[in-house]
Design a binder for this molecule. Structure first.
Ligand SMILES: *Cc1c(COP(=O)(O)O)cnc(C)c1O
Length: 398
């Protein structure tokens, strides 16, 4: 179908909740995609931090095709091998105890919230528990996930939301302490804020929160839906701080293109939370997505993807710092870790103009809140890909 026809039909039939870039993506290969007119683009957004392995990484398609030939879906009323394998992968990798697979990131957050509430309810039988969440956070669009998302613009039209949520300032331990009381059951935060503008947690902040949680038996929920799966230069961004969460959520790169998320519980939480009857999902963790998750973990190990991120990320950092140095009037700050980086632009340089210009020049790149240009490329990017992306951006800024 003709590209303009595809766009026209989409706008005719699909509810307009997205302002889409004016291209229709037809196929991908490695770190590149092609639109329906055959134009090539370097992809530095990776389906919003999904395509950790890029497109058609050797072995990935084959694993999915083999599973299609066996069985796609069974329901969660039966056992199946892909679930056993994927669950072992996730649990071993996170260092936690039990996993529940969902269809999305938002659903992983829902499960984390329910686990925390059940944990608190088992302790005192009360229904007055509170969750402390962070300003500037993003946890998803379902009502529960939206309730812990500290963004008035996203929340306001949909109130009243879930109750029992209070907001602290990210990286301000005092503001968290001021909200902690006997009813607090969980503190939820991203280890690195993504949508909010690429803000990594300060070590004293996240360690301080871990300490309060330990002292008061409050559950620490770390949302690693965007920053997890090797993107920060560690398999899980929390490893950098020498702490572990009680619950971690993941999604995006977990299946590298198939819709799958998960919430993972440590032993104490797993033993004192949801049991049969408390939670469920028809599709979640079906054989197809679990085959993808298992293959993703196998490929991460075989090709040492996290080591690659560790090697290549300093080069991206260096190039972004150079870009900032040559355009000090346009670029205010570089933030981030590994292959989740942001350039905060001056207010006179709307990030939307930059992403549009980049698109025209063959680079897919997206923004984050606060006029930030967001870099979440496939984890397999090379120094040459980074050179290519930065040359296009240099052009856009000049
Ligand atoms: C994308 C994202 C979510 C929501 O995931 P969906 O799959 O879109 O529901 C939640 N938390 C973080 C940190 C995210 O980046």
């Amino acid at each position: 179908m003709d590209q303009s026809k595809i766009m026209e039909m989409t706008e005719q039939y699909v509810q307009h909740t997205y302002n889409r870039f004016p291209i229709s993506i037809d196929r991908g290969d490695g770190v590149r995609v092609w639109d329906s007119e055959g134009k090539e683009y370097l992809d530095f957004m990776a389906g919003i931090a999904v395509y950790a392995l890029g497109y058609h990484f050797p072995g990935y398609d084959e694993a999915l095709k083999a599973q299609i030939d066996k069985v796609l879906h069974t329901s969660n009323l039966y056992y199946h091998e892909p679930l056993a394998l994927a669950a072992r992968d996730v649990v071993t990798s996170t260092g936690l105890s039990k996993v529940f697979f969902t269809n999305s990131g938002a659903e992983a957050i829902e499960g984390a919230i329910k686990s925390a509430r059940k944990y608190a309810w088992l302790k005192d039988g009360k229904n007055d528990h509170e969750i402390i969440a962070m300003q500037g956070s993003f946890h998803g669009r379902s009502v529960g996930a939206l309730s812990v998302t500290g963004n008035a613009h996203y929340q306001d039209p949909f109130k009243p939301l879930m109750g029992g949520v209070v907001f602290a300032e990210y990286n301000d331990l005092e503001s968290v302490m001021a909200l902690v009381n006997d009813r607090t059951c969980a503190i939820i935060m991203e280890t690195i804020q993504g949508e909010g503008g690429i803000y990594p947690a300060d070590p004293e902040f996240i360690r301080g929160i871990r300490k309060i949680c330990d002292e008061k038996d409050i559950l620490l929920i770390l949302d690693e839906i965007q920053c997890g799966m090797g993107r920060s230069g560690r398999m899980w961004a929390y490893e950098e701080y020498g702490i572990e969460p009680d619950i971690v959520t993941c999604a995006k790169a977990l299946g590298c293109g198939v819709p799958v998320g998960a919430f993972v519980l440590n032993e104490k939480t797993a033993k004192n939370s949801m049991v049969p009857g408390d939670h469920g999902t028809t599709y979640g963790g079906n054989p197809f997505v679990c085959a993808a998750v298992h293959e993703v973990f196998e490929l991460f190990k075989k090709h040492e993807i996290v080591k690659h991120v560790e090697r290549v990320a300093p080069y991206l950092t260096e190039k972004l710092d150079a870009l900032k140095a040559s355009h000090p009037d346009k670029i205010r700050e570089r933030r981030g870790r590994g292959l989740i980086q942001g350039l905060e632009l001056a207010p006179e340089v709307p990030v939307g103009d930059v992403t549009k210009k980049a698109l025209a020049k063959g680079l897919l790149i997206i923004s984050a809140s606060g006029n930030v240009l967001r870099f979440v490329p496939p984890l397999i990017v090379t120094e040459e890909d980074i050179d290519c992306a930065c040359a296009i951006l240099e052009d856009c800024f000049s």
